[in-house]
Design a protein around this ligand. Structure first.
Ligand code: ZN
Length: 312
């Protein structure tokens, strides 16, 4: 397994008091370094314009790559651009590209991209919901175009629906997008009847749902769909804001649930995709929950996660 990150991801400044802050990434890196000192880390390269243009339009590239000279500029009520944002965004996308290359070339089976800004709300033409570019969508597009894959799965367990990723691929049956998320929460999409070209599986969970409901949803609906799809590559939008401590949402998951879903996804990657699994950090806004969630996730990717708790 390999880790991908870049110090420039700390330089995307969202202003005082913003939940999507540099301290989030610092907390993840510190906790994962401490728990797995032998894990090898690679500095993420910059994504290229051509890689971004597979998913995003010229106008969004121009917007994100033209930051203010100082201070911050608001792109939507939640999403800000600072002088360091373009480099952070390019490295965040580049991490997913490089990790995809590494697993496709057989240099490693699993990779974790500890990056920010997160990506899954950004659409083809708009930054939104703390996201500038859709990191995982660009990685998926790279796997399709550069490696000619026919079946790429994106499993998204962030507490928010990945509206951007869904919108980018809803007409492309080469990509299966699976998401569990809290119902009636930002960005208000992801109803179960949103099926796209038959390549979307959305499972909204009521506020207050805990690990049992989460595991049941994945066990009965999402994992069987993923298994039937037989992906050649599994990509994971790993958000830890479903934790019960998170200030922005109301699910009641704990780190053992993140370990469980990661183990299940890795198992399906082993069955269908020679173990190829690339995870990218999305949300998670309670720093301690984020530390514990990321460590549980990486432990499971390494194959030494705690045994799955039996859900009633
Ligand atoms: Zn989220």
């Amino acid at each position: 397994m390999l880790g991908y990150t870049h110090p420039a991801c700390l330089d995307h400044d969202t202003g005082a008091g913003h939940p999507e802050c540099a301290e989030r990434l610092g907390a993840v890196l510190e906790a994962v370094h401490a728990a797995f000192p032998a894990l090898e880390w690679i500095e993420a390269p910059r994504a290229t314009r051509g890689q971004l243009l597979r998913v995003h339009d010229e106008r969004l590239l121009a917007t994100v790559l033209s930051p203010p000279l100082a201070g911050t500029m608001r792109l939507d009520p939640d999403t800000l651009l600072s002088p360091g944002s373009p480099e952070a965004a390019l490295r965040a996308v580049g991490a997913g590209i490089a990790a995809t290359e590494a697993v496709m070339h057989g240099e490693t089976d699993a990779a974790f991209c500890a990056v920010r800004p997160p990506g899954h709300h950004a659409t083809a033409d708009a930054a939104m919901g703390f996201c500038l570019f859709d990191n995982i969508a660009v990685a998926a597009a790279h796997a399709l175009e550069r490696f000619g894959l026919a079946r790429v799965a994106i499993a998204d367990f962030d507490v928010h629906h990945g509206n951007g990723t869904q919108a980018i691929f809803e007409h492309d049956p080469r990509v299966l997008y699976l998401s569990s998320h809290q119902a009636d929460l930002y960005p208000w999409s992801g109803a179960a009847n949103e099926r796209g070209a038959g390549n979307l599986v959305n499972l909204p969970l009521p506020a207050g749902s805990g690990g049992e409901a989460f595991r049941q949803a994945w066990r009965e609906h999402l994992l069987p769909a993923l298994d039937a799809f037989a992906p050649q590559l599994v990509l994971v939008s790993a958000g830890f804001d479903g934790d019960r401590r998170d200030p922005l949402a109301q699910l009641a998951l704990d780190p053992s649930d993140f370990a469980w879903i990661t183990t299940e996804l890795a198992r399906l990657a082993s069955r269908h995709a020679c173990g190829r699994i690339v995870s990218m950090l999305e949300g998670g806004y309670d720093l301690q929950a984020l530390r514990e969630g990321a460590v549980a996730h990486v432990a499971a990717l390494l194959g030494d996660g705690a045994p799955a708790r039996t859900a009633g």
